[in-house]
Design a protein around this ligand. Structure first.
Ligand code: CMC
Length: 384
Protein backbone atom coordinates (compact mmCIF):
# COMPACT_ATOMS: atom_id res chain seq x y z
CA UNK A 1 0.00 0.00 0.00
CA UNK A 2 1.06 3.62 -0.32
CA UNK A 3 3.57 4.82 -2.88
CA UNK A 4 6.62 2.90 -4.01
CA UNK A 5 10.06 4.50 -3.90
CA UNK A 6 11.90 3.92 -7.17
CA UNK A 7 15.58 3.32 -6.41
CA UNK A 8 17.32 1.18 -9.05
CA UNK A 9 20.41 -0.52 -7.65
CA UNK A 10 19.21 0.41 -4.11
CA UNK A 11 21.51 3.42 -4.22
CA UNK A 12 19.63 5.19 -1.42
CA UNK A 13 17.75 2.41 0.29
CA UNK A 14 18.66 1.35 3.81
CA UNK A 15 17.30 -2.19 3.86
CA UNK A 16 18.38 -3.11 7.39
CA UNK A 17 19.80 -1.87 10.69
CA UNK A 18 23.19 -3.35 11.40
CA UNK A 19 25.70 -3.11 14.26
CA UNK A 20 28.54 -4.83 12.41
CA UNK A 21 30.25 -2.48 9.97
CA UNK A 22 30.39 1.31 9.74
CA UNK A 23 31.32 2.90 6.43
CA UNK A 24 31.69 6.61 5.62
CA UNK A 25 32.21 6.92 1.89
CA UNK A 26 33.01 10.64 1.91
CA UNK A 27 35.70 10.34 4.58
CA UNK A 28 37.00 6.92 3.51
CA UNK A 29 36.29 5.35 6.92
CA UNK A 30 35.70 1.62 7.48
CA UNK A 31 35.23 0.19 10.97
CA UNK A 32 34.11 -3.20 12.24
CA UNK A 33 32.22 -3.00 15.57
CA UNK A 34 33.98 0.33 16.14
CA UNK A 35 37.53 -0.81 15.35
CA UNK A 36 39.27 0.85 12.38
CA UNK A 37 40.23 -1.34 9.44
CA UNK A 38 43.75 0.13 9.62
CA UNK A 39 44.27 -1.18 13.17
CA UNK A 40 42.61 -4.53 12.53
CA UNK A 41 44.69 -5.16 9.38
CA UNK A 42 47.85 -4.24 11.24
CA UNK A 43 47.32 -5.96 14.59
CA UNK A 44 44.77 -8.77 14.40
CA UNK A 45 44.61 -12.26 12.97
CA UNK A 46 41.92 -13.18 10.47
CA UNK A 47 40.11 -15.51 12.89
CA UNK A 48 40.27 -12.77 15.55
CA UNK A 49 38.42 -10.46 13.15
CA UNK A 50 35.99 -13.27 12.29
CA UNK A 51 35.27 -13.64 16.02
CA UNK A 52 34.75 -9.87 16.31
CA UNK A 53 32.25 -9.84 13.45
CA UNK A 54 30.36 -12.85 14.80
CA UNK A 55 30.31 -11.78 18.46
CA UNK A 56 30.56 -7.99 18.32
CA UNK A 57 33.58 -7.95 20.67
CA UNK A 58 37.26 -8.77 20.28
CA UNK A 59 38.03 -12.14 21.91
CA UNK A 60 40.17 -12.58 25.01
CA UNK A 61 43.18 -14.86 24.46
CA UNK A 62 41.23 -17.78 25.95
CA UNK A 63 38.22 -17.07 23.71
CA UNK A 64 40.43 -16.83 20.63
CA UNK A 65 42.23 -20.06 21.49
CA UNK A 66 38.89 -21.84 21.89
CA UNK A 67 37.56 -20.38 18.62
CA UNK A 68 40.68 -21.37 16.68
CA UNK A 69 40.56 -24.87 18.16
CA UNK A 70 36.89 -25.18 17.22
CA UNK A 71 37.62 -24.21 13.59
CA UNK A 72 40.60 -26.59 13.53
CA UNK A 73 38.41 -29.42 14.81
CA UNK A 74 36.34 -29.08 11.63
CA UNK A 75 39.36 -28.67 9.36
CA UNK A 76 38.96 -32.14 7.85
CA UNK A 77 38.08 -33.31 4.35
CA UNK A 78 34.48 -34.47 3.83
CA UNK A 79 34.90 -37.58 1.66
CA UNK A 80 31.49 -37.34 -0.06
CA UNK A 81 32.18 -33.74 -1.09
CA UNK A 82 35.73 -34.61 -2.16
CA UNK A 83 34.35 -37.35 -4.43
CA UNK A 84 32.04 -34.79 -6.03
CA UNK A 85 34.74 -32.10 -6.30
CA UNK A 86 37.02 -34.49 -8.14
CA UNK A 87 34.50 -35.11 -10.92
CA UNK A 88 33.58 -31.46 -11.49
CA UNK A 89 35.18 -30.67 -14.89
CA UNK A 90 38.28 -28.47 -14.77
CA UNK A 91 36.59 -26.16 -17.30
CA UNK A 92 34.36 -25.02 -14.40
CA UNK A 93 35.41 -21.70 -12.88
CA UNK A 94 36.65 -22.15 -9.28
CA UNK A 95 33.89 -19.80 -8.04
CA UNK A 96 31.15 -21.97 -9.57
CA UNK A 97 32.71 -25.04 -7.99
CA UNK A 98 33.01 -23.33 -4.61
CA UNK A 99 29.39 -22.22 -4.68
CA UNK A 100 28.26 -25.74 -5.65
CA UNK A 101 30.25 -27.42 -2.88
CA UNK A 102 29.01 -24.98 -0.23
CA UNK A 103 25.43 -25.58 -1.43
CA UNK A 104 26.01 -29.33 -1.18
CA UNK A 105 27.17 -29.04 2.45
CA UNK A 106 23.45 -28.84 3.15
CA UNK A 107 23.10 -32.56 2.46
CA UNK A 108 26.04 -33.42 4.71
CA UNK A 109 25.22 -31.62 7.94
CA UNK A 110 22.02 -30.93 9.83
CA UNK A 111 20.90 -27.35 9.40
CA UNK A 112 19.92 -27.40 13.11
CA UNK A 113 23.61 -27.46 14.11
CA UNK A 114 23.89 -23.70 13.68
CA UNK A 115 27.06 -23.01 15.70
CA UNK A 116 28.88 -26.03 14.24
CA UNK A 117 27.89 -25.10 10.70
CA UNK A 118 29.49 -21.67 11.09
CA UNK A 119 32.75 -23.35 12.11
CA UNK A 120 32.38 -25.96 9.36
CA UNK A 121 32.04 -23.23 6.74
CA UNK A 122 35.08 -21.32 8.02
CA UNK A 123 37.07 -24.56 7.90
CA UNK A 124 35.70 -25.75 4.56
CA UNK A 125 36.32 -22.85 2.19
CA UNK A 126 40.15 -23.07 2.19
CA UNK A 127 39.86 -26.87 1.82
CA UNK A 128 37.52 -26.58 -1.18
CA UNK A 129 39.78 -23.94 -2.73
CA UNK A 130 42.87 -26.13 -2.37
CA UNK A 131 41.07 -29.16 -3.86
CA UNK A 132 40.21 -27.06 -6.87
CA UNK A 133 43.76 -25.85 -7.32
CA UNK A 134 45.32 -29.30 -6.97
CA UNK A 135 42.86 -30.70 -9.50
CA UNK A 136 43.67 -27.87 -11.94
CA UNK A 137 47.40 -28.69 -11.85
CA UNK A 138 46.82 -32.46 -11.87
CA UNK A 139 48.28 -33.04 -8.42
CA UNK A 140 46.93 -35.08 -5.49
CA UNK A 141 45.37 -33.24 -2.56
CA UNK A 142 47.26 -32.38 0.60
CA UNK A 143 45.43 -33.16 3.84
CA UNK A 144 44.64 -30.23 6.13
CA UNK A 145 47.17 -29.69 8.94
CA UNK A 146 45.33 -28.92 12.17
CA UNK A 147 48.53 -27.81 13.88
CA UNK A 148 48.83 -24.75 11.63
CA UNK A 149 47.11 -21.38 11.82
CA UNK A 150 44.31 -20.63 9.34
CA UNK A 151 46.42 -18.97 6.61
CA UNK A 152 49.41 -21.31 6.93
CA UNK A 153 47.19 -24.38 6.67
CA UNK A 154 45.59 -22.95 3.54
CA UNK A 155 48.99 -22.24 1.96
CA UNK A 156 50.20 -25.73 2.82
CA UNK A 157 47.10 -27.37 1.27
CA UNK A 158 47.67 -25.24 -1.85
CA UNK A 159 51.41 -25.41 -2.34
CA UNK A 160 52.85 -28.45 -0.55
CA UNK A 161 53.44 -31.49 -2.76
CA UNK A 162 51.52 -34.53 -1.48
CA UNK A 163 53.65 -36.49 0.97
CA UNK A 164 56.49 -33.95 1.01
CA UNK A 165 57.56 -31.61 3.81
CA UNK A 166 56.58 -27.97 3.39
CA UNK A 167 57.80 -24.85 5.13
CA UNK A 168 55.24 -22.03 5.18
CA UNK A 169 56.85 -18.70 4.26
CA UNK A 170 55.87 -16.31 7.06
CA UNK A 171 55.93 -13.27 4.73
CA UNK A 172 53.36 -15.01 2.55
CA UNK A 173 51.12 -16.12 5.42
CA UNK A 174 51.22 -12.66 7.03
CA UNK A 175 50.29 -11.04 3.72
CA UNK A 176 47.45 -13.52 3.29
CA UNK A 177 46.22 -12.75 6.81
CA UNK A 178 46.14 -9.01 6.05
CA UNK A 179 44.34 -9.49 2.73
CA UNK A 180 41.67 -11.71 4.28
CA UNK A 181 41.06 -9.14 7.05
CA UNK A 182 40.70 -6.35 4.47
CA UNK A 183 37.90 -8.33 2.80
CA UNK A 184 36.17 -9.58 5.96
CA UNK A 185 33.03 -7.43 5.77
CA UNK A 186 31.74 -4.42 3.90
CA UNK A 187 28.17 -3.78 5.07
CA UNK A 188 25.37 -4.20 2.53
CA UNK A 189 27.35 -4.87 -0.67
CA UNK A 190 25.92 -7.00 -3.48
CA UNK A 191 26.98 -10.43 -2.17
CA UNK A 192 26.11 -9.66 1.46
CA UNK A 193 22.71 -8.38 0.41
CA UNK A 194 22.30 -11.59 -1.57
CA UNK A 195 23.16 -13.67 1.51
CA UNK A 196 20.60 -11.70 3.53
CA UNK A 197 17.95 -11.90 0.81
CA UNK A 198 18.30 -15.66 0.41
CA UNK A 199 18.43 -16.14 4.18
CA UNK A 200 15.34 -13.99 4.64
CA UNK A 201 13.28 -16.76 3.04
CA UNK A 202 14.66 -19.02 5.82
CA UNK A 203 16.77 -20.97 3.35
CA UNK A 204 19.76 -22.44 5.22
CA UNK A 205 23.06 -20.71 5.95
CA UNK A 206 24.71 -23.03 3.39
CA UNK A 207 22.24 -21.99 0.66
CA UNK A 208 22.64 -18.33 1.54
CA UNK A 209 26.44 -18.43 1.41
CA UNK A 210 26.36 -20.47 -1.80
CA UNK A 211 24.30 -17.68 -3.40
CA UNK A 212 26.57 -15.00 -1.94
CA UNK A 213 29.56 -16.66 -3.62
CA UNK A 214 27.81 -16.46 -6.99
CA UNK A 215 27.01 -12.76 -6.48
CA UNK A 216 30.65 -12.11 -5.60
CA UNK A 217 31.76 -13.87 -8.80
CA UNK A 218 30.55 -11.00 -11.04
CA UNK A 219 33.23 -8.69 -12.51
CA UNK A 220 31.59 -5.55 -11.09
CA UNK A 221 31.96 -7.04 -7.60
CA UNK A 222 34.61 -9.53 -6.39
CA UNK A 223 35.36 -10.77 -9.90
CA UNK A 224 37.01 -7.37 -10.47
CA UNK A 225 40.26 -8.62 -8.90
CA UNK A 226 40.67 -11.20 -11.66
CA UNK A 227 39.51 -8.67 -14.28
CA UNK A 228 42.11 -6.11 -13.10
CA UNK A 229 45.04 -8.47 -13.71
CA UNK A 230 43.61 -9.50 -17.08
CA UNK A 231 43.31 -5.81 -17.98
CA UNK A 232 46.87 -5.03 -16.84
CA UNK A 233 48.15 -8.00 -18.83
CA UNK A 234 46.27 -6.76 -21.88
CA UNK A 235 47.82 -3.30 -21.48
CA UNK A 236 51.25 -4.90 -21.19
CA UNK A 237 50.68 -7.01 -24.32
CA UNK A 238 49.53 -3.89 -26.15
CA UNK A 239 52.89 -2.24 -25.41
CA UNK A 240 52.02 -0.54 -22.10
CA UNK A 241 50.04 2.32 -23.64
CA UNK A 242 47.99 3.30 -20.56
CA UNK A 243 46.65 6.47 -22.23
CA UNK A 244 44.82 4.39 -24.84
CA UNK A 245 43.02 2.38 -22.14
CA UNK A 246 42.14 5.52 -20.17
CA UNK A 247 40.50 6.94 -23.31
CA UNK A 248 38.65 3.66 -23.88
CA UNK A 249 37.33 3.67 -20.29
CA UNK A 250 35.99 7.20 -20.79
CA UNK A 251 34.14 6.19 -23.95
CA UNK A 252 30.72 4.86 -22.85
CA UNK A 253 30.32 3.02 -26.16
CA UNK A 254 33.54 1.04 -25.77
CA UNK A 255 31.99 -1.36 -23.27
CA UNK A 256 35.26 -1.08 -21.33
CA UNK A 257 35.56 0.16 -17.76
CA UNK A 258 38.71 0.67 -15.79
CA UNK A 259 38.56 -2.42 -13.60
CA UNK A 260 39.46 -1.84 -9.96
CA UNK A 261 38.28 1.75 -10.21
CA UNK A 262 35.20 3.37 -8.73
CA UNK A 263 32.98 2.40 -5.85
CA UNK A 264 29.31 2.77 -4.99
CA UNK A 265 30.05 4.24 -1.57
CA UNK A 266 33.67 5.48 -1.44
CA UNK A 267 33.89 8.83 -3.18
CA UNK A 268 37.29 10.07 -1.97
CA UNK A 269 39.34 6.96 -1.46
CA UNK A 270 38.90 3.33 -0.46
CA UNK A 271 40.78 2.83 2.83
CA UNK A 272 41.35 -0.83 1.97
CA UNK A 273 43.02 0.14 -1.33
CA UNK A 274 45.47 2.41 0.56
CA UNK A 275 46.52 -0.42 2.84
CA UNK A 276 46.74 -2.90 -0.05
CA UNK A 277 48.82 -0.57 -2.22
CA UNK A 278 51.41 -0.28 0.53
CA UNK A 279 51.24 -4.04 1.20
CA UNK A 280 51.83 -4.73 -2.52
CA UNK A 281 55.07 -2.74 -2.41
CA UNK A 282 56.16 -4.42 0.85
CA UNK A 283 55.29 -7.98 -0.23
CA UNK A 284 56.91 -7.74 -3.65
CA UNK A 285 60.13 -6.34 -2.23
CA UNK A 286 60.19 -8.83 0.70
CA UNK A 287 59.73 -11.71 -1.73
CA UNK A 288 62.11 -10.21 -4.27
CA UNK A 289 59.40 -10.35 -6.94
CA UNK A 290 59.61 -7.92 -9.84
CA UNK A 291 56.28 -7.78 -11.60
CA UNK A 292 56.13 -5.47 -14.62
CA UNK A 293 52.37 -5.09 -14.23
CA UNK A 294 52.89 -3.32 -10.87
CA UNK A 295 54.50 -0.47 -12.81
CA UNK A 296 51.62 -0.48 -15.30
CA UNK A 297 49.12 -0.36 -12.43
CA UNK A 298 50.93 2.60 -10.86
CA UNK A 299 51.04 4.45 -14.18
CA UNK A 300 47.39 3.74 -14.84
CA UNK A 301 46.40 4.97 -11.39
CA UNK A 302 48.43 8.17 -11.76
CA UNK A 303 46.99 8.82 -15.22
CA UNK A 304 43.40 8.24 -14.07
CA UNK A 305 43.77 10.36 -10.94
CA UNK A 306 44.91 13.34 -13.02
CA UNK A 307 42.21 12.90 -15.66
CA UNK A 308 39.19 15.17 -15.54
CA UNK A 309 36.74 12.30 -16.27
CA UNK A 310 37.81 10.27 -13.23
CA UNK A 311 38.22 13.32 -10.97
CA UNK A 312 34.73 14.65 -11.80
CA UNK A 313 33.13 11.28 -11.08
CA UNK A 314 35.22 10.68 -7.95
CA UNK A 315 36.58 7.40 -9.24
CA UNK A 316 39.49 6.03 -7.22
CA UNK A 317 41.26 2.68 -7.04
CA UNK A 318 39.21 0.22 -4.97
CA UNK A 319 40.19 -2.85 -2.94
CA UNK A 320 40.52 -4.95 -6.10
CA UNK A 321 43.03 -2.73 -7.90
CA UNK A 322 46.21 -3.86 -6.13
CA UNK A 323 45.06 -7.08 -4.40
CA UNK A 324 45.61 -9.22 -7.51
CA UNK A 325 49.21 -8.06 -7.80
CA UNK A 326 49.85 -9.40 -4.29
CA UNK A 327 47.96 -12.65 -4.91
CA UNK A 328 50.07 -13.18 -8.01
CA UNK A 329 53.28 -12.59 -6.06
CA UNK A 330 52.07 -15.15 -3.50
CA UNK A 331 51.63 -17.73 -6.28
CA UNK A 332 47.82 -17.73 -6.46
CA UNK A 333 46.56 -18.34 -10.03
CA UNK A 334 44.50 -15.52 -11.56
CA UNK A 335 41.25 -17.49 -11.75
CA UNK A 336 41.43 -18.06 -7.98
CA UNK A 337 41.71 -14.42 -6.91
CA UNK A 338 37.97 -14.13 -6.31
CA UNK A 339 38.13 -17.32 -4.23
CA UNK A 340 40.48 -15.45 -1.88
CA UNK A 341 37.92 -12.65 -1.68
CA UNK A 342 35.24 -15.23 -0.80
CA UNK A 343 37.35 -16.80 1.95
CA UNK A 344 37.94 -13.32 3.34
CA UNK A 345 34.30 -12.21 3.09
CA UNK A 346 32.88 -15.39 4.64
CA UNK A 347 32.86 -14.20 8.29
CA UNK A 348 31.05 -11.03 7.21
CA UNK A 349 28.41 -12.99 5.30
CA UNK A 350 27.86 -15.30 8.27
CA UNK A 351 27.71 -12.42 10.77
CA UNK A 352 25.20 -10.52 8.62
CA UNK A 353 23.06 -13.63 8.18
CA UNK A 354 23.17 -14.26 11.92
CA UNK A 355 22.21 -10.66 12.70
CA UNK A 356 19.29 -10.83 10.28
CA UNK A 357 17.98 -14.05 11.82
CA UNK A 358 18.46 -12.78 15.40
CA UNK A 359 16.56 -9.60 14.55
CA UNK A 360 13.79 -11.70 12.95
CA UNK A 361 13.81 -9.58 9.80
CA UNK A 362 10.95 -10.09 7.37
CA UNK A 363 11.39 -11.77 4.01
CA UNK A 364 13.19 -9.48 1.52
CA UNK A 365 10.79 -8.57 -1.23
CA UNK A 366 11.39 -5.36 -3.22
CA UNK A 367 8.56 -3.81 -5.24
CA UNK A 368 8.65 -2.44 -8.78
CA UNK A 369 7.19 0.20 -11.04
CA UNK A 370 5.22 -1.68 -13.70
CA UNK A 371 5.89 -0.35 -17.21
CA UNK A 372 4.43 -3.17 -19.35
CA UNK A 373 1.31 -3.51 -21.52
CA UNK A 374 -2.10 -2.28 -20.32
CA UNK A 375 -4.95 -4.85 -20.13
CA UNK A 376 -5.73 -6.62 -23.43
CA UNK A 377 -7.81 -9.61 -24.54
CA UNK A 378 -6.18 -13.01 -25.06
CA UNK A 379 -5.59 -13.74 -28.76
CA UNK A 380 -6.03 -17.30 -29.95
CA UNK A 381 -2.72 -18.84 -31.13
CA UNK A 382 -3.81 -19.23 -34.76
CA UNK A 383 -4.79 -15.54 -34.90
CA UNK A 384 -1.42 -14.10 -33.74
N1 CMC B 1 35.60 3.12 -15.45
C1 CMC B 1 35.04 4.10 -16.18
N2 CMC B 1 33.94 4.79 -15.81
C2 CMC B 1 33.38 4.45 -14.63
C3 CMC B 1 33.91 3.43 -13.83
C4 CMC B 1 35.07 2.76 -14.27
N3 CMC B 1 35.60 1.79 -13.54
N4 CMC B 1 33.15 3.30 -12.72
C5 CMC B 1 32.17 4.19 -12.82
N5 CMC B 1 32.31 4.92 -13.98
C6 CMC B 1 31.47 6.04 -14.41
C7 CMC B 1 30.11 5.59 -14.88
O1 CMC B 1 30.11 5.32 -16.26
C8 CMC B 1 29.24 6.74 -14.51
O2 CMC B 1 29.46 7.77 -15.44
P1 CMC B 1 28.26 8.84 -15.82
O3 CMC B 1 27.94 9.54 -14.53
O4 CMC B 1 28.87 9.71 -16.85
O5 CMC B 1 27.13 8.00 -16.33
C9 CMC B 1 29.85 7.26 -13.19
O6 CMC B 1 31.23 6.85 -13.26
C10 CMC B 1 29.19 6.65 -11.96
O7 CMC B 1 29.26 5.22 -12.08
P2 CMC B 1 28.10 4.20 -11.75
O8 CMC B 1 28.24 3.02 -12.64
O9 CMC B 1 26.78 4.91 -11.75
O10 CMC B 1 28.46 3.82 -10.25
P3 CMC B 1 27.92 2.60 -9.45
O11 CMC B 1 27.95 2.98 -8.03
O12 CMC B 1 26.63 2.13 -10.02
O13 CMC B 1 29.01 1.45 -9.73
C11 CMC B 1 31.00 0.16 -9.61
C12 CMC B 1 30.08 1.18 -8.90
C13 CMC B 1 32.05 -0.32 -8.62
C14 CMC B 1 30.16 -1.04 -10.06
C15 CMC B 1 31.66 0.84 -10.83
O14 CMC B 1 32.48 1.90 -10.39
C16 CMC B 1 32.49 -0.14 -11.68
O15 CMC B 1 31.94 -0.79 -12.57
N6 CMC B 1 33.83 -0.27 -11.42
C17 CMC B 1 34.65 -1.26 -12.11
C18 CMC B 1 34.47 -2.64 -11.48
C19 CMC B 1 35.13 -2.75 -10.13
O16 CMC B 1 36.28 -2.37 -9.94
N7 CMC B 1 34.40 -3.33 -9.16
C20 CMC B 1 34.91 -3.57 -7.80
C21 CMC B 1 34.18 -2.72 -6.82
S1 CMC B 1 34.95 -2.63 -5.20
C22 CMC B 1 35.00 -4.20 -4.50
C23 CMC B 1 33.84 -5.06 -4.72
O17 CMC B 1 32.69 -4.68 -4.56
O18 CMC B 1 34.06 -6.20 -5.06
Amino acid sequence: TGYITYDPGYKNTGATKSAITFLDGEEGILRHCGYSIEELADKASFLEVAYLLLHGELPTQAQLDAFEAAVQKYTVANQALLNIAQVIPTSTHPMSELSALVGLMEGQYSTDEKEDNILRLLAALPIFAAWNYKKSIGEGIVAPDQSLDYCSNFLKMMFAKPGEAYEVNSIVSKAMNKLLILHADHEQNCSTSTVRLIGSSHASLFSSISGGIMALFGPLHGGANQAVIEMLEEIKQAGGDTAKFIEMAKDKNSGFRLMGFGHRVYKNFDPRARIIKKAADDVLSALGVQDPILKIAQELEAAALSDEYFVARKLYPNVDFYSGIIYRALGIPTNMFTILFAIGRLPGWIAQHQEMMTNKEPIGRPRQIYVGATPRAFVDINKR
